[in-house]
Design a protein around this ligand. Structure first.
Ligand code: PLP
Length: 383
């Protein structure tokens, strides 16, 4: 057989077109990292119902928090929010003060808990509810406010002590939707939900947990997640099944084993992206993102009203972007009937924030393409 060389491309051949730079690419543990945990399942023949892997996973999650902390896992973050609101005693029929500037899951969870969302505007600088401002706005509430659900915007955790003060002054229970804040959330003085969805920083596929410094609250959430059982097969109250399986716990344990390295990769990718965009003063990152805390997404603030135009031009250059929270929940048909106050900052954020390509393994070539595309796009947007 004669060996044949592949023909060299003609010098004037056009290069292969580059594929789009994806806006997100989950980081999940590899199969080999799961194997030891799956072997433990084979041995124990225990696949759900608070088995040894789940107990270990919950303990290791608990150990991440400073001060007293207790953890209950659930089948996903959305149902975890609902069960926590129920366990906190938020009276059905009451209003839940919450931002419209969040993922729709927050509002769905509120409605599933029998509450009515009351959409309140966020602080334009932090993108989050301001507890002092909300306290002042309570006078304008459409009715009895049974709970408050601040949201940690894209993984940025608000000042928890300010929310403790809000709770003390108003008597209103507070639950923090910290879905994307697996990394930044390190204290439990306000009950909080962290999502373990594959697209979040520590993913198990589908899952979530509530952390709180209140052991009784966590015990109640667990009871609500397992048919109202507590220590016996007597169903003590109306509940559901929202347990996390041993399979999910295995992924979570492997994810925690790799977390120190994953976190470094997120931080490195974030800092490389920040450096590549230093020449673009109109592209503003979230406070501390990639330095003090990491998350699986990158959301930047652009000049007012330019998000759609920038997104369209980046798309033409093969750069995927996403407006993760759309125009806010209050504009979703599902929540159109829910009352809201003035939402000026929410509208401004929806027109000026954009999710950029980001991943723990974001490549240098991808970062270069994003930076190059931005250089010409921002010139067109603000000449
Ligand atoms: C991801 C997310 C949720 C939902 O979590 P799931 O685990 O996907 O149910 C809720 N709120 C916010 C802000 C989120 O980003």
């Amino acid at each position: 057989m004669s060996s044949r060389r592949a023909p060299l491309p003609a010098p004037d051949a056009t290069p292969e077109p580059l594929g789009p730079v994806p806006v997100a690419r989950p980081s999940m543990p590899m199969a080999e990292a799961l194997a030891p945990y799956l072997a433990r399942m084979d041995e124990a023949r225990w696949y759900s119902n608070f088995g040894p892997l789940l107990q270990e996973f919950e303990q290791r999650l608990t150990d991440r928090f400073a001060g007293p902390a207790f953890v209950a896992t659930a089948a996903n973050g959305t149902v975890a929010l609902t069960l926590a609101l129920q366990a906190m005693g938020a009276r059905p029929g009451g209003f839940c003060a919450m931002p419209s500037w969040t993922f729709v899951a927050s509002a769905h969870a509120v409605v599933q808990a029998g509450l009515v969302p009351w959409f309140v505007d966020v602080d334009p600088a932090t993108w989050m509810l301001d507890p002092a401002r909300l306290q002042a706005e309570l006078a304008d509430a459409p009715g009895q406010v049974a709970a408050a659900l601040p949201v940690a915007a894209f993984g940025h955790v608000p000042d928890l002590s300010a929310w403790v003060r809000f709770r003390e002054r108003t008597g209103i229970p507070v639950l923090l939707d910290a879905a994307a804040a697996f990394d930044a959330l390190d204290a439990a003085q306000v009950p909080a939900m962290v999502s373990l969805h594959a697209t979040k920083a520590l993913g198990v596929g589908e899952g979530g947990f509530i952390v709180a410094d209140d052991e009784a609250l966590i015990a109640m959430i667990r009871e609500l997640s397992t048919f109202g059982f507590r220590g016996s097969r007597e169903s003590r109250r109306i509940a559901t099944n929202a347990k996390l399986s041993e399979y999910a716990a295995a992924v979570g344990l492997a994810g925690l084993d790799g977390w120190p390295a994953t976190r470094l990769r997120y931080g490195l990718a974030a800092q490389r992206l920040r450096i590549a965009l230093t020449g673009q003063p109109d592209v503003v990152f979230q406070d501390g993102w990639g330095m003090d805390w990491v998350s699986s997404v990158c959301v930047v603030r652009l000049p007012d009203g330019t998000a759609d135009a920038v997104a369209a031009r980046l798309a033409a250059a093969g750069i995927e972007t996403r407006r993760w929270w759309g125009a806010g929940c209050h504009l979703s048909p599902a929540f159109a009937a829910a009352p809201h106050g003035d939402l000026t900052a929410t509208a401004a954020l929806s027109g000026s924030t954009l999710g950029l390509p980001f991943a723990a393994d974001l490549g240098l070539d991808e970062i270069d393409r994003v930076a190059e595309a931005f250089a010409s796009v921002m010139m067109e947007i603000s000449p």
